[in-house]
Write a protein that binds this ligand. Structure first.
Ligand code: NAP
Length: 346
């Protein structure tokens, strides 16, 4: 079988570089084109020595390929995606530009009108664990955000099975690469090191995405949810701690209920090769560099509260790895192709 020709738009960001790292080892893929505004004409290996084995020159414009990944910031990505789609190239967009189905969410959360609202109905939200079949048919895949991936995977089984009621709280922490490679004061070493900070307390841009997907699986009407992100001083990694009241008559707040909960989660993810429901609280390092999401559902037996802790690598399952998982599904390859890397330890 001939290899699938792929291109990476904006290889010069963290997600673009991570896509190159993963795709260069993919058995069914050839990277034939990489672009990056600040490094046009330079060898990829000169800009990123860890990618030197991939002998490519960074270009201004994407060549004709079978599938393009866009790793541009939102708004810039929509422009690039529309023009690439017009050339008949399938697209996996890692930005937020096609994730939200309601066009009105863009001016509200991203402060601009969507340039191609018609494409929002066509785009498929690329969370394989919820939309595997639609992804296989999609021309435009909107790769989820890192916080939404971590939080939706933690809560979807509980929400779909209706075992919780009332308000849900999601408390998330992200490593600094989650903010991208563009320099900013908040990600400056002296600001981020030995520090933890909460941000976006009035509503983070990933909230509508989390709600859209959880509402999509909810059988009990719209979900009420508070999402509070934090920046913590590590390069990669993300954890979501999620809390909700257990509904009476469903799962009991005792040892038997804990076992039933674990079984419910394992059944929900039995076809999901990258989600592992674990028996102990997971740690971000256990996912480093891998496409794995670890999920630990448990119960605060004193208060009858569901607690779910989930971890992933924001640049892998939270971005580039998930994009490759989507490529595999869209191209009829095994879902795990090129994604068999074990987490790095310690
Ligand atoms: N970081 C994560 O953990 C993560 C997770 C999930 C999704 N995402 C999404 O994935 C996309 C890429 O994220 P990232 O973290 O890789 O971002 P990044 O590291 O900040 O990359 C941004 C790069 O994009 C280029 N750029 C900025 N504005 C541009 C414009 N208007 N036109 C063309 N190029 C522009 C710059 O490259 P030059 O230096 O070449 O100019 C900059 O270095 C974003 O949409 C982000 O929201 C990120």
């Amino acid at each position: 079988m001939s290899k699938i020709s792929v291109g990476i738009i904006n290889v010069t960001g963290y997600v673009g570089a991570e896509l190159a790292r993963i795709l260069m080892r993919h058995p069914n893929v050839e990277i034939n084109s990489v672009t990056g505004r600040s490094a046009v004409g330079q060898k990829l290996g000169d800009v990123f020595p860890h990618l030197a084995a991939l002998d490519r020159t960074i270009e201004e414009k994407l060549k004709d390929v079978d599938v393009a990944f866009s790793a541009l910031p939102h708004q810039a990505s929509a422009e690039a995606v529309v023009s690439v789609l017009k050339r008949g190239i399938r697209v996996i967009d890692t930005s937020a530009d096609f994730r939200l189905r309601n066009p009105a969410d863009y001016p509200r959360w991203y402060e601009h009108d969507h340039p191609s609202p018609d494409l929002l109905a066509e785009a498929v939200y690329g969370l394989p664990e919820l939309h595997r079949a639609q992804i296989a048919r999609a021309n435009l895949i909107a790769n989820p955000g890192c916080y939404p991936t971590c939080s939706i995977l933690a809560l979807a089984p509980a929400v779909q099975e209706g075992i919780v009621e009332g308000h849900i709280v999601v408390d998330s922490k992200s490593g600094v690469s989650g903010a991208g490679r563009t320099l900013s004061l908040n990600s400056h070493f002296c600001e981020a090191n030995e520090n933890v900070s909460a941000y976006a307390l009035r509503g983070h841009r990933h909230l509508p995405e989390i709600l859209q997907e959880l509402n999509g699986v909810s059988r009990d009407g719209p979900v009420s949810l508070t999402f509070l992100p934090h920046l913590i001083p590590m390069s990669r990694g993300m954890m979501s701690s999620c809390y909700a009241q257990l509904k009476r008559g469903k799962i009991t707040a005792d040892g038997k209920g804990e076992l039933a909960l674990r079984t419910l989660y394992r059944d929900f993810y039995k076809e999901a090769p990258f989600v592992r429901v674990v028996d102990n609280p997971p740690q971000t390092k256990q996912t480093w560099g891998s496409n794995i999401c670890l999920i630990y559902p448990t119960i605060d037996q004193r208060t009858g509260t569901l607690m779910v802790v989930s971890c992933l690598d924001n640049l892998v399952k939270g971005a580039a790895g998930q994009a490759v998982q989507n490529l595999n599904l869209a191209m009829g390859l095994p879902e795990t192709a090129g994604l068999d890397m074990a987490p790095v330890y310690p």
